[in-house]
Design a protein around this ligand. Structure first.
Ligand code: AHR
Length: 497
């Protein structure tokens, strides 16, 4: 039943109904030795934009706008064949190696210390992943000691000799990447991985008990081992697991907009299933549920090996529908704030990334804008939103609501944010937003990400097809608002109490 005067689309938000605290780490990033992500992306000593360390200042300037609190590195599939020792010390002496993950040669001119320099310049935390593919626990534990050690040991002396007196204090460490996929160097069965995880984790934590460890739980969703893998990991190693990692990529390979937009439901299913599984296993062990890290997520299909032989360094050109999909994923992290405590957009530069470089400059891809708006405005508490209204039909999930919504509160700044994706290609969505619990607020500002049509892209020739526009609203303090969401748009509404 519609209340009198209310529009067909309705969003209900009760600012007192919290879903959970939002971890800033859901706005994390990821950079891998892959294509032009590192070399020719963040690191290009010959570029006119390079600083004294060879880092591209134009790229760092764009990255600062995204305010990523942590960056995962060095892979990805790459890490499963990586020797971190190859990437430290004088560059002229570093060995070039074959990278079997991406069929490339790595000069190792960029390694641990270059990555730490990059993170410090961005004021972001490094998140290292150790090789649990063809690497061993000794190598992993040595890397922790090299980075974080403070005692007078050979590895700490080596770091100092390389110019880094103070420890890097790397807090986040992943053990392995996508070990559940046969595409991975050193694929592991659930049993092999949980055994390896426990032994790696033990020695890494013995070197530095303050580190946080991330276990690789699910990336091969159709592979049939997600449940067993998570169960074995938790049964054998839960006291050494600070986060359980899951990965996904979504896309539109059949060029069906409705089916693409309906993937919000797949994301919900994956998050709900992971939460349920972890909850059940935690209950069995009498422990608090382990948080989820979605430490690779994004749109990736045009350059995916499943769809093409020419992966081209994963240089995906994004369009407006992809920007909507990125916002949909961010909405899901906010709605699941109680369990998702880290998420890392994969990746940051050139390879499936919001920032695309050439030797002469860079372009901000369409997906840059929703990420920027959410990261810069997101509150500290996720709110329980309820919404209903018009639907669209999809072949994969039937009827799905046209709007996709999340809301956050920042009590210290007296600010409520409402994030809405309008998935209609053609129709503006007139919507009533009602605040519960006798709450009155003023609608102050709207940020709208949009472009001429769902296929609009930002390219060097045409860099501003999709962008963000800001509008001051300034209403009276009230509890009900009517707002019209533009077709194919992402809108962030800022309310003040
Ligand atoms: O981000 C690209 C690749 O996607 C990563 O290397 C791997 O972890 C995943 O399959």
């Amino acid at each position: 039943m519609l209340e009198s005067g209310a529009l067909l689309n309705q969003i209900f938000i009760d600012p007192t109904r919290s879903v959970g605290d939002i971890s800033r780490d859901i706005f994390g990033g990821f950079t891998e030795h892959l294509g032009r992500c590192i070399y020719g992306g963040i690191y290009e000593p010959t570029s006119p934009f390079a600083d004294e360390k060879g880092l591209r200042t134009d790229v760092m300037q764009a990255l600062r706008r995204l305010q990523v609190p942590l960056i995962r590195y060095p892979g990805g599939n790459f890490v499963s064949g990586y020797r971190w020792m190859d990437g430290v010390g004088p560059k002229a002496e570093r060995p070039a190696r074959v990278d079997m993950a991406w069929n490339a040669i790595d000069t190792n001119h960029f390694g641990t210390n270059e990555f730490i320099d990059f993170c410090r310049k961005l004021n972001t935390e490094p998140y290292m992943v150790v090789n649990c593919g063809d690497g061993d626990m000794r190598e992993a534990r040595d890397w922790v000691e090299y980075c974080n050690g403070t005692q007078d040991t050979a590895l700490v002396r080596l770091r100092r000799q390389h110019g880094y007196e103070a420890p890097h204090q790397v807090k986040y460490w992943g053990i392995g990447n996508e070990v559940d996929g046969h595409w991975q160097i050193g694929y592991k069965t659930p049993d092999e991985y949980s055994r390896a995880y426990l032994e790696f984790a033990k020695v890494m934590k013995w070197i530095d008990p303050s580190i946080k460890l991330i276990a690789s739980a699910a990336s091969n969703w159709a592979g049939g081992t997600v449940v067993e893998r998570t169960q074995l990991l938790m049964e054998q190693a839960s006291k050494f697991i600070d986060y359980l990692s899951i990965h996904w990529y979504v896309g539109n390979p059949k060029n069906n907009f409705n089916d693409y937009m309906a993937l919000s439901e797949l994301i919900e299913e994956r998050l709900a299933a992971s939460e349920g599984l972890i909850r059940a296993l935690s209950l069995q062990q009498g422990i608090r549920p382990i948080p989820i890290a979605v430490d690779e997520w994004n749109v990736w299909y045009r350059t995916h090996p499943e769809n093409t032989n020419d992966i081209n360094g994963l240089e995906e050109t994004y369009n407006l529908e992809d920007a909507l999909m990125v916002a949909i994923q961010l909405n899901s992290f906010i709605r699941h704030a109680n369990s998702v405590k880290m998420a890392n957009i994969a990746q940051l530069v050139n390879a499936i990334a919001p920032i695309f470089t050439s030797p002469e400059g860079l372009v901000l891809q369409t997906i840059f804008y929703p990420f920027e708006v959410y990261s810069q405005t997101c509150g500290t508490t996720a709110l329980d939103v309820f919404w209903k209204g018009e639907t669209f039909n999809s072949s994969n999930y039937g009827d799905v609501r046209v709007l996709d919504v999340s809301a956050t509160l920042d009590e210290r700044r007296n600010r409520l944010m409402v994030y809405v994706v309008n998935r209609s290609q053609s129709d503006a969505m007139e919507t009533t937003i009602s605040l519960g619990s006798g709450c009155h607020a003023e609608l102050v500002q709207a940020y709208v990400v949009n472009g001429p049509n769902i296929k609009a892209e930002n390219t060097f020739a045409n860099p501003d097809q999709v962008g963000v526009s800001e509008a001051k609203c300034q209403t009276e303090k009230q509890s009900t608002f009517n707002y019209t969401f533009e077709p194919h748009s992402v809108t962030a509404l800022s309310f003040a109490f």
